[in-house]
Design a binder for this molecule. Structure first.
Ligand SMILES: C[S@@+](CC[C@H](N)C(=O)[O-])C[C@H]1O[C@@H](n2cnc3c(N)ncnc32)[C@H](O)[C@@H]1O
Length: 487
């Protein structure tokens, strides 16, 4: 199949071990009568249809060929895939299959004449910008497609909920970006009453080289009051540790999978104590977009200059800087060429006159600097301006810094007000009565570890995101609701 058609149709095949798990879980503890209808939505080569045939035949005691003829339905937009699925299903039986329940159509717009007991699949993942002419129609028909940067799989969920029976179940493997994205809000609102179980692969790549953060979602049209949530970062489903979560604890702004105990604890803490962003400001560090040009370790220095790689740079133009992502409390011997005064870029004329050596050094790297932002660096105020203006003021001053990803909380107080930082965040108390060291202890506490474990996303190697979006809502008993009375 043509690559662009594959992209438009979001063609990625599900590994057998995942399809087998999804099918056996959706049919687990079900009372099987024998006339149930199972739909494979976007069947591709039929990995789900085949797994469902095997499992349903085993559970119902019906021969494979009768299951294929009576119980299994499959739909795809591509005639080639419908053909392949038929071929693959035929391979499961020595008897000739007399009738397939195949549907060659667009799942989102097909008028189904009946409802289904089970719908399974791996819907196409196609971002809105690649949907071309179908985009407007999808936006008109589906509420989940109406805002922002949505994805075709949103519509698959919505359509599946329309054509599932009252007590039916749905199981899809999809990206997990709708758990927290802005565009995913309508989908979150639609799905949350029906959540039965989520197995979240998060950073773990189920589809080999496709960098997609995925999760398996089980929905039950019967609106369960609780659901189970587990993360899984391996190639099998052994030893899943599920947390039980009440539907009522799920928030529409962002899905956080707190266990009920933890939700209760947070609620209690919230009544009495503030969130971090009420007692402190959180800022990004400096972003030059070319750190290896601006940030250096001097080989030697004298009263006026730093020396490195055959250049000398005026000391008075440099500030000490910390790389937050690797900082362990020890001096890193890093300096930043900082061509700013009062947050304004120093003019070329002044720069050349006052700091001729630094100007010469940056001029030698002009081409590299101009290649930032895919060549947009040519349009910066000056070629030596930083890629982003963040942190020009806020990265200085007394502060607590941390990396954006950590295995455990790693917050450090930086006393020197003249030191800047990059590759991380800083936290600065909003009020004078807050002791920065006590605040730092609170950030390094087990409360933070537990909080991040519960709300944040995971990365390879046990790393957790310490992004501002998570940090800001952290609550700790040290964060009093109001200023203590002073006598
Ligand atoms: C991610 S692949 C999954 C294929 C197969 N279910 C599997 O898991 O290996 C998505 C499938 O959906 C099909 N597809 C894409 N858009 C569709 C649509 N609007 N209606 C029905 N099928 C569609 C593609 O042709 C492709 O086979």
């Amino acid at each position: 199949m043509d690559i662009s058609v594959q992209k438009q149709n979001g063609v990625v095949f599900t590994p057998q071990w995942v399809a087998d798990f999804m099918v056996s879980e959706i049919l687990k503890n079900q009372k099987i009568i024998g006339n149930e209808k199972i739909l494979d939505a976007g069947c591709g080569e039929g990995v789900f249809s085949a797994a469902a045939v095997r499992k349903f035949s085993e559970l119902s005691g019906k021969p494979v060929e009768r299951v294929i003829e009576e119980n299994i339905y499959f739909i795809d937009i591509s005639p080639d895939y419908i053909k392949t699925t038929k071929k693959n299903l035929q391979k499961l039986s020595k008897e000739k299959i007399l009738k397939f329940n195949d549907i060659l159509a667009d799942f989102c717009f097909y008028n189904f004449s009946q409802k289904f007991d089970y719908i399974i699949g791996n819907p196409p993942y196609v971002r809105i910008q690649n949907l071309n002419e179908r985009r407007a129609q999808l936006q008109e028909k589906f509420k989940t497609a109406s805002n922002g940067s949505i994805d075709l799989y949103y519509c698959f969920f919505e359509q599946a909920l329309k054509i599932i029976k009252n007590y039916g179940k749905i199981c899809f493997i999809t990206p997990n970006s709708h758990f927290h994205s802005f565009a995913g809000k309508n989908l979150r609102d639609l799905l949350s009453p029906y959540l039965e179980k989520i197995v979240d692969f998060d950073y773990f790549q189920v589809f080999g080289d496709a960098t997609t953060y995925t999760a398996i979602t089980f929905l039950n049209k019967d609106k369960p009051s609780m659901f189970l949530y587990a993360q899984n970062f391996k190639n099998d489903f052994s030893n899943l540790e599920y947390r039980q979560i009440s539907q009522k604890n799920i928030r529409s702004e962002r899905w956080e999978f707190f266990s009920d105990d933890y939700s209760q604890k947070i609620k209690e803490l919230n009544k009495k104590y503030s969130k971090l962003n009420e007692v402190a400001d959180i800022h990004y560090g400096i972003a030059t977009l070319k750190d290896d040009v601006y940030i250096f370790s001097p080989e030697k220095f004298d009263d006026s200059y730093f020396y490195f790689k055959g250049y000398k740079i005026e000391k008075s133009l440099c500030v000490p800087i910390i790389k937050a992502s690797t900082y362990k409390g020890l001096d890193q011997n890093l300096y930043l060429i900082f061509p700013y005064e009062n947050e304004k870029i120093i003019s070329q004329k002044k720069f050349q006159e006052k700091y001729p050596n630094a100007y010469n050094y940056l001029s030698d790297h002009r081409e590299i600097l101009e290649s930032r932002d895919k060549g947009g660096g040519k349009n910066y105020e000056e070629f030596y301006a930083f890629g982003r203006s963040q942190g020009l003021k806020t990265s200085f001053g007394k502060k607590i810094i941390t990396s954006t990803m950590n295995i455990a909380p790693r917050f450090y107080v930086i006393e020197n007000k003249k030191t800047s930082f990059f590759a991380g965040y800083c936290v600065k108390p909003k009020y004078e009565y807050i002791d920065i060291y006590q605040l730092c202890d609170a950030l390094n506490s087990d409360f933070m570890k537990e909080y991040i474990e519960s709300v944040s996303r995971s990365y390879r190697g046990g790393y957790k995101s310490y992004a501002k979006s998570f940090l800001k809502d952290f609550v700790h008993p040290y964060f009093f609701k109001s200023q203590p009375t002073l006598f």
